[in-house]
Write a protein that binds this ligand. Structure first.
Ligand code: RAM
Length: 335
């Protein structure tokens, strides 16, 4: 009996040692954003780092200086060479990153796209911020109310190949087919590439090219704040209305001066946290990315992996949130 107890004791000790050392060693998660210098991406990075810390994983945050596919490919190649365990990426292109991400997968690296998806062949799972159809519809409804359902509108987007903006724009176009918008004309879509100066100049260009422009939808945090500044500088507050997706921290000034009365977003810190948590669970083998799998993501609670519209699988963060003069000051210091 004593022998048995000693053996059991040794077994427990060994198991404890191995599980603790495995945990202490942790995984390395590389987060690749569209580009650096975008506060939305910094906020997502803060959330991703928080989840890494909770799970005992190491965290790397990288992005190209401008939002290019080539820049992201170079970073991914480096992460593969460094033998990271997982990559979380917000993609500058749906298809073009697939080959390098498949190379990552062949090297046993788990791939989570978040915010802006890569094609299913290049990922294990996508972490989606909110229902894309709802994101599109809300922005059209809001600009329509702002301009009394009449006049020319334009879209000032991010990069022309970015999955998330392109998907939302498709849903905006669908929504605009509803007869209640028959007096609204979408005159053009321009791209500021998530660069502040380019977005500002594109907005100024719109005022020149379309003197009767009544409204702009900008479904990018960089684009909407640059457009609000352009509206302000051009003396067009009240004449050209603006909605889209923005960070409260960057938009508070423009809500207060009337350049943008209302816009939407989700919590980018939570989005990064969830993506990085999912990456940790994939590394652990706790999930594989299959539809139907359920998991608990720390402070964010329980989630289920579901089929995505693009044929892959995804996890949905939650509904988008509306910001306006009634709540902007509560949020402007958070993200
Ligand atoms: C910009 C980026 C990001 C998008 C937000 C709304 O920060 O393009 O991908 O989700 O806007």
């Amino acid at each position: 009996m004593r022998k048995l107890i000693t053996v059991l004791f040794l077994v427990v000790l060994t198991l404890t040692f191995f599980s603790v050392s495995a945990f202490a060693e942790g995984y390395t998660v590389g987060v690749v954003v569209k580009n650096v210098g975008n506060p939305f991406m910094d906020a997502a990075g803060r959330g991703a780092e928080e989840a890494c810390n909770e799970l005992g994983n190491s965290f790397i945050f990288q992005g190209p200086p401008t939002p290019t596919v080539e820049g992201q490919i170079e970073i991914i190649e480096n992460l593969i060479a460094q033998q990271v365990d997982a990559i979380c990426i917000t993609a500058n292109d749906f298809d073009a990153l697939v080959p390098v991400l498949q190379k990552a997968k062949r090297n046993d690296i788990k791939v989570v796209s978040f915010d802006s998806a890569v094609a299913p062949a290049g990922r294990d799972v996508h972490v989606n911020q909110a229902n894309p159809e709802l994101i599109g519809i809300l922005q059209v409804q809001t600009i329509a109310e702002m301009i009394d359902y009449e006049g020319e509108i334009a879209i000032l987007s991010a990069g022309a190949t970015m999955t998330n903006q392109n998907t939302w724009i498709e849903y905006m176009k669908e929504e605009l087919k509803n007869p209640k918008y028959e007096n609204i004309e979408l005159v053009t879509i321009v791209y500021g590439d998530d660069l502040r100066d380019k977005s500002y100049n594109e907005a100024m260009g719109l005022f020149k090219s379309y003197p009767n422009l009544k409204g702009i939808i900008s479904p990018t945090t960089v684009g909407i704040s640059a457009t609000a500044k352009a509206i302000t500088d051009a003396g067009l507050i009240g004449q050209v209305k603006l909605t889209g997706l923005g960070l409260p921290s960057e938009m508070a000034e423009w809500v207060h001066n009337g350049a943008c009365e209302a816009f939407f977003l989700w919590n980018p810190i939570d989005l990064g946290y969830l993506a990085s948590y999912v990456a940790g669970l994939l590394c652990d083998g706790a999930i594989t990315g299959e539809a139907g799998e359920e998991f608990s993501a720390g402070r964010m609670g329980d989630y289920t992996i579901v089929e995505a519209e693009d044929g892959g699988t995804e996890v949905l963060l939650g509904p988008p949130f509306r910001f306006d003069i009634s709540n902007i000051d509560e949020w402007k210091d958070i993200y």
